[in-house]
Ligand binder design. Structure first.
Ligand code: SF4
Length: 364
């Protein structure tokens, strides 16, 4: 069982072996001009992505849905969602971004007013600053608690799901609150509502998620099948991405400030965090020259892998010179710290402007 609200980290291979997710590498060659996150294996799995590829190939309409739960600060690991959305925007998707304030209330006890404030000041502002143009007509951002179409559909969907089923998927018990039990149904509705007649009717829909969110995907696909006759729903497709590890190893988490670079950090703070991050270097320079470093164990390398969006050749060069012992961690850290500082200088400038327009996004 996978707990989407828990903090346990998941073995990616397990998702492929036990839960029927397919390796993304098998279809990578079919993706015209794949994003760097796909090319580098950060997007590692999928369900029914072929449906999305077919829609892209035929120039047909498709939707992408990915929500945000406004429960803390956005860190650099979350940036990957925005990078994926920008890529889907560039290939013509209609994008839906539900703000999961009902889930934040039921799973984290955060009241609706606080959720709204966090969503605007933290998430929406950062999405804009990271380059997603939320004023475009094909991008829809909404609060779950304010979207009556989603709420009405959720109630209809709830008619065909029972406690035993939710218990089997999520491990709910007799002491789980009704609100918490209802939260997944709202999410199912978030994902399926772009296929309602009033939204343009059934169409392929993609949900890019972290592996911990797979229970919602399985439930949604089941529910889509149960309501196919009534609404014509097409089972949604999904992709699964790896999470960037924390700066000190382990999981990057908003609740562990030392593990994460927050998007609201100053350029100096971000740079200092990179300089203190764990590397895959050897104990001594001599050893490193002889044995080479281990980029797979290095947060510096991982930062570049996830965020250096340019040519893969540059990244491969860093990988090779690390492995063969010609690149030392001091120089590599300096270059990466410089890269991160520049990125944060630009981001903090954009964030200031983005904050001013973020409020209007939920009102427009
Ligand atoms: S040389 Fe760079 S990539 Fe290699 S272990 Fe050191 S910091 Fe990491």
């Amino acid at each position: 069982m996978i707990d989407p609200w828990g903090s346990a980290s998941l073995e990616y291979q397990e998702l492929i072996e036990k839960f029927g997710v397919k390796p993304f590498s098998e279809i990578l060659d079919d993706v015209p001009d794949p994003s760097w996150l796909m090319r580098r294996g950060i997007v590692f799995g999928h369900r029914d992505y072929e449906r999305i590829l077919e829609a892209v190939r035929k120039g047909e309409d498709f939707a992408v849905v990915t929500g945000m739960m406004p429960s803390g600060k956005m860190h650099i690991g979350h940036k990957m969602i925005v990078d994926q959305l920008r890529w889907y925007d560039s290939i013509g998707a209609e994008i839906f971004i539900p703000i999961a304030d009902m889930e934040a209330y039921s799973a984290r006890g955060i009241d609706f007013e606080t959720s709204r404030r966090i969503a605007v000041e933290e998430y929406i502002a950062n999405y804009i600053a990271l380059g997603l143009d939320l004023s475009k007509k094909n991008i829809h951002v909404y609060l779950q608690s304010e979207n009556l179409m989603v709420e009405d559909l959720a109630y209809i969907l709830a008619g065909k799901v029972n406690f035993n089923e939710l218990r089997a998927i999520y491990g709910f018990t007799g002491s789980t609150s009704m609100a918490h039990m209802y939260a997944p149904i709202i999410q199912v509705s978030d994902i399926l509502h772009p296929q309602l007649e009033e939204m343009g009717g059934p169409r392929p829909t993609l949900v890019p998620v972290g592996p911990d969110q797979d229970p919602h995907i399985r439930l949604t696909r089941d529910m889509a099948a149960r309501f196919r006759e009534k609404f014509g729903f097409i089972q949604p497709s999904s992709t699964y991405h790896r999470f960037m590890r924390g700066l000190t190893g382990g999981k990057m988490s908003s609740s562990k400030p030392k593990s994460a670079i927050f998007l609201s950090d100053t350029p100096e703070e971000a740079e200092a965090k990179i300089r203190n991050a764990k590397t895959g270097g050897r104990e001594t320079l001599k050893e490193q020259r002889e044995l080479g470093g281990v980029p797979e164990d290095c947060i510096i390398y991982e930062t570049l892998l996830y965020h250096m969006s340019g040519r893969d050749d540059d990244l491969e060069e860093i990988y090779d010179s690390c492995r063969n012992g010609t690149l030392m961690c001091g120089e590599c850290k300096n270059n990466t710290a410089e890269f991160v500082r520049k990125f944060f200088e630009e981001l903090s400038e954009k964030r200031e402007k983005a904050l001013r327009v973020a409020k209007g996004v939920l009102e427009g």
